[in-house]
Design a protein around this ligand. Sequence first.
Ligand SMILES: Cc1ncc(COP(=O)(O)O)c(C=O)c1O
Length: 309
Amino acid sequence: MKDKIPFNKPPYTGLEDEYVLEAIRGDKISGDGPYGKRCQEWFQNKLGVSKTLLTPSCTAALEMAAILVDIQPGDEVIMPSFTFVSTANAFVLRGAKIVFVDVRPDTMNIDERKIEAAITYKTKAIVPVHYAGVGCEMDCIMDIAERHDLYVIEDAAQGMMSTYKGQALGAIGHLGAFSFHETKNYTSGGEGGLLIVNDKQFLERAEVIREKGTNRSQFFRGMVDKYQWVDVGSSYLPSELQAAYLCAQLQNAEKINAARLKAWDKYFSELRDLEASGLIQLPTLSEGCKHNAHMFYLKVANLEERSAL
Ligand SMILES: Cc1ncc(COP(=O)(O)O)c(C=O)c1O
């Protein structure tokens, strides 16, 4: 049998071993240690945002977002019908009704022209998903949200290092969520995520929710003399070992993405003839978007063709 092409290969730079070992030998292996802080600062600089919080997964970051925008049973949340389960689960856990909107056949992102028809008096938030790291039509989505007083939570699980009109994905909505699962461009040792807090009203509460509903972050900053339970929350803080692994990857972020883009461009140019002959459809890149080569997909006419392929 011929060699199989793997679905994905987790990125590995060689620096991870050293950093994880250093974290193990340090005196703090729980969350928010030196590596955790280094990663968060890296993201803040790179994405041009003021607050980022590492989380154990993108799923956890989306769950935090659902708590932050105060989803109540019966609230409606709009999202694309084509996405990963976590986008919906995070809001279903808080009792929301999910209103699915079709995707555009070109980018496979939510069809922004169909969002307004899905809004009711119960709608609380829109969750655009940047499929394959290609940005949704964010100008239009932000405009709709502003006119209807809705929150926008970007599911940017696949979108690290992608931009929309020069702005980083995840930095445009009120909140943004990223994944560092092993299938993503960067991983924090297999699982991991990041919450971006763009709307200042959520800054303090985001830290509390991540620390099991306590004001422990304030305690570490010397703002209170003991920490206590002040709100709902959960265990949304990843360990220092995960952060150390991620740190090694971020140090090589440009290199990792350049290699992905090179592979993506090669697939794209080599498969163009098949597209010209009508056999397959290649990915569409929207204007104004810089993508991160997160995924290369192709579309065929139907399930039968796909299975045969
Ligand atoms: C669009 C989308 N949202 C959420 C997630 C969940 O990410 P995680 O595995 O980090 O929880 C994924 C993971 O593949 C994803 O693709």
